[in-house]
Design a protein around this ligand. Structure first.
Ligand code: IPM
Ligand code: MG
Length: 356
């Protein structure tokens, strides 16, 4: 029996979460384990009901559970709220509160979806990249930050900052991950300009001494952004800081054709990890039964793999998804000629039905 905190959030978050639970429940039934869900509030909906986007109660329940599943947060209607209570703040808050420092964002291109990518098939077929994004440091959390009047001018500032321990622990996750993949690790930084990147690179090199089998390379972030499009197959495991990882992972999602396909795992070394799709809440699509639930379903599968060490259950869900896609079913975001267009719920039903 595993206790799961479910924070579905805003927009299409609840819709995709419902499908992920459907698939997880079927998997639990087939594999003989139990999942107990507890719903908590996060994001705009939490702000509306409690005055804060990340209530204490949510953190308390999360800390007391075995894993957290998150849908998405945000809506344009909250865009005018002060920064401290904006829904996005809850994401940063829960990452910090649970110390979710390692964000794993796989970008995998499945054979059946090669044509959904805006890039040429020969460039994207067989792409399988794991982006490891540091998630609790960098310019996202660095102090000082703010907007102040300095020398008579309104001035905005943030601080891009990492200490050696923060870099070392993400480096360790990255090298361990590379070890179970094909032992190639590319560290992305901006060490030609930024001091913080020079330290990053130094610690990556230092850590590589403990992993002599892993081939470590370094790439500047601007070049990496270009290479991801030019020749994505050169990458296997990428490790990078919070802001570069934010940007590169969105870019990498387009290799696979849709943001709606990519899951993520945010891991802590304290036990409770969090799983969420990398896409946002897509408020314009809410309630229309058209969003793709695959990213959230795969996030649930990652939970089974990383939090509960159920590799086989993970594989079973992944294969179920592949099989539904190869049967020709598509949600709108990945629809192409000759395929069968289906909605969010039907995608969940079909995937669940394949789990046996
Ligand atoms: C992500 C998102 C968040 C981030 C935002 C919504 C705060 O873009 O998870 O990638 O920048 O980390
Ligand atoms: Mg992002």
């Amino acid at each position: 029996m595993y206790k799961i905190t479910v924070v579905s959030g805003d927009g299409t978050g609840p819709e995709v979460m419902a499908e992920a639970k459907k698939v997880l429940n079927k998997t639990a039934e087939v594999f003989g384990f139990k999942l107990e869900y507890k719903d908590e509030l996060i994001g705009g909906i939490a702000y509306e009901k409690t005055g804060t986007p990340l209530p204490e109660q949510t953190i308390k329940t999360a800390k007391d559970s075995d894993a957290v599943m998150l849908g998405a947060v945000g809506d344009w209607k909250y865009d005018t709220l002060p920064p401290e209570v904006r829904p996005e703040r809850a994401l940063l808050g829960i990452r910090k509160a649970l110390d979710l420092f390692a964000n794993l964002r796989p970008a995998i291109v499945w054979e059946d979806l090669v044509s959904s990518s805006p890039l040429k098939p020969e460039i994207v077929s067989n792409v399988d990249i794991m982006i490891i994004r540091e998630l609790t440091g960098d310019v996202y959390f660095g102090e000082p930050k703010g907007v102040e009047v300095i020398n008579g001018k309104k001035t905005g500032f943030n601080n891009m900052i990492y200490n050696e321990d923060e870099v070392r622990r993400i480096a360790k996750v990255a090298f361990e991950t590379a070890m179970v993949r094909d032992k190639k690790l590319c560290s992305v930084d901006k060490a030609n300009v930024l001091d913080v990147s020079r330290l990053w690179r130094e610690i990556m090199i230092e850590t590589s001494k403990d992993y002599p089998e892993v081939e470590l390379s370094h790439m500047y972030v601007d070049n990496a952004a270009m290479q991801l499009i030019r020749a994505p197959k050169q990458f296997s495991t990428i490790v990078t800081g919070n802001i570069f990882g934010d940007i590169l992972s969105d870019e990498a999602s387009m290799l696979s054709g849709s943001l709606g396909l990519l899951p993520s795992a945010s891991l802590s070394d304290k036990g409770v990890s969090l799983y969420e799709p990398i896409h946002g809440s897509a408020p314009d699509l809410t309630g229309k039964d058209i969003v793709n639930p695959i990213a959230t379903i795969l996030s649930g599968a990652m939970m089974l793999k990383y939090s509960f060490k159920m590799d086989e259950a993970y594989k079973t869900i992944e294969n179920a998804i592949k099989s539904v896609l190869s049967d020709g079913y598509r949600t709108k975001d990945i629809m192409s000629e000759g395929k069968t267009l289906i909605g969010t719920k039907q995608m969940g039903d079909l995937i669940a039905a394949k789990i046996k």
